[in-house]
Design a protein around this ligand. Structure first.
Ligand code: SF4
Length: 449
């Protein structure tokens, strides 16, 4: 059904994988003896009930409409299709679901998983995101992946025929990879791509087998200069193919962006359900961070005992919201609307900090110095920025958006180079935060949530 309401996303974390990849620091676990799927299903449904109760609103406030659901992991394509269908039905019983809501499931491209695609489609999944990671068998082996390139291509063909939308991930900046090698692999990948592709640089995460190898000098990743060259190859080639970056690592044709991930980056509201899941819920008008127990069996036990598996339920202070909104929003090519930041958190970055970053070529002020090169999307960005999801209206009517509060009110966005060093850009801006007029902040804060 389609009911106007605040856009709301649901993330379901499935924590199990067939094998642990040596670079991975996600909350993923291997259970060679299998898992009790019925038990986990019951726990997911119960935690959903708890969240629905927690965020139920007084009748005079706006309702929520589920605009996207995302099954991530771990390897959600290890779930039975019936499990997925039961969870989707349960979500639809708790909240209105927007017509055409995006329902994504992450899948590994093995033949076993591909055999379940039809069942996921029947359950309601309309988008699949596949972890191909490389189009070179030798590289897949080094990444510890258990599928082959041939299997991945076969699974991709099935996905293309089964789902309305599909995407796949590749990892680049791998040990020894040169820009020319990446150019060749990316050329092949872009031939296989539909309207969305995710391209992640390999990062060495602490406490992984890759971190130990790296520390021992046995795994040497490209240095910063080569990594930047690889990043620029990626930006140029995807833009030339009509798949410009709309986020640091995500590329899509206009309108084909991952709406669920956009909800995160636009600092919307979402429930995180399952072991280790994070969420941002608005509870009694206050944005609240949730973090769930990471161990799957312990999480299920917590849910059975008290209705949820959260180990942290933390109301966020305005300053924390400002940091988060900036960090998430500057990942996006569309950038951050500073007037929204002011209304939400009551602060604004200083003009000097913004101009310093603009001078360094790391930041751009939209409307003052528009860059309509192929890397950006021109006017489309402004339109996309207005909406929170498919069929979901703009956050505010244009007149209200243009109302000016405080000193710096335009949208800022990181340039492609700025996104490459985003943490430093955000740190610089956050260090310059100054309070805006308190009355305007207090008047508008409720509306921003
Ligand atoms: S399949 Fe994905 S989630 Fe599982 S271990 Fe590998 S990278 Fe991590």
């Amino acid at each position: 059904m389609s009911t106007p309401g605040t856009a709301f996303g649901v993330y379901i974390h499935w924590p199990f994988c067939a094998q642990k990849c040596p670079y991975c620091d996600f909350n993923s676990h291997v259970r060679f003896g299998g898992w009790d799927e019925e038990r986990f299903l019951a726990a997911y449904l119960r935690e959903l009930n708890w969240v629905a109760q927690k965020i139920s609103m007084p009748s005079h406030t706006a309702s929520r409409t589920v605009s996207s659901i995302f099954f991530g992991g771990g390897t959600p394509s290890l779930m039975k299709p019936q499990t997925v269908g039961t969870i989707l039905d349960h979500i639809a019983a708790l909240w209105p679901v927007a017509r055409g809501a995006e329902i994504t499931l992450e899948a590994n491209p093995g033949s076993v998983e591909a055999g379940r695609f039809e069942g996921y489609r029947a359950a309601g999944v309309n988008r699949v995101s596949m972890g191909l990671q490389s189009l070179r068998d030798s590289e897949l082996k080094k990444l510890g992946r258990i599928h082959t390139v041939a299997e991945a291509k076969a699974a991709l063909a099935i996905a293309r025929d089964t789902f309305e939308r599909y995407s796949f991930d590749l990892i680049y900046a791998r040990p020894g990879q040169t820009p020319e090698q990446w150019r060749q692999e990316l050329t092949e990948a872009l031939e296989l791509a539909g309207d969305h592709i995710s391209l992640y640089q390999l990062t060495i995460e602490p406490d992984t087998p890759y971190a130990a190898l790296h520390a021992a000098g046995k795994l040497i990743v490209p240095d910063e200069e080569i990594a930047l060259a690889l990043y620029e190859v990626t930006q140029d080639m995807t833009a030339a193919k009509g798949l410009a970056a709309y986020e640091i690592s995500n590329h899509a044709r206009p309108g084909a962006e991952s709406r669920h991930n956009q909800l995160y980056w636009r600092y919307g509201e979402y429930a995180g359900i399952g072991p280790g899941a994070h969420g941002r819920l608005v509870v009694d008008g206050v944005r609240t961070a949730t973090v769930a127990e990471r161990n799957p069996e312990q999480w299920a036990g917590c849910v059975e005992d008290r209705g949820h598996g959260y180990t942290e339920i933390t109301p966020l202070a305005p300053a924390e919201e400002a940091d988060e909104m900036l960090l998430m929003g500057l990942r996006l090519a569309e950038g951050v609307d500073l007037s929204r930041l002011e209304r939400l958190a009551g602060v604004a970055p200083s003009k000097a900090a913004i101009e310093g970053l603009v001078d360094l070529g790391l930041l751009q002020r939209v409307g003052l110095a528009r860059d309509d090169s192929a890397t950006w999307r021109g006017n489309e960005l402004d339109e996309i920025a207005m909406c929170l999801g498919p069929g979901v209206p703009p956050e505010q009517p244009p007149a209200a958006r243009q109302r000016r509060v405080g000193t710096f009110r335009e949208t800022i966005r990181a340039t492609p180079r700025g996104r490459f060093v985003l943490n430093a850009v955000v740190a610089e801006l956050a260090a310059s935060f100054a309070p805006v007029t308190p009355e305007l902040f207090m008047d508008n804060r409720g509306a921003e949530h």
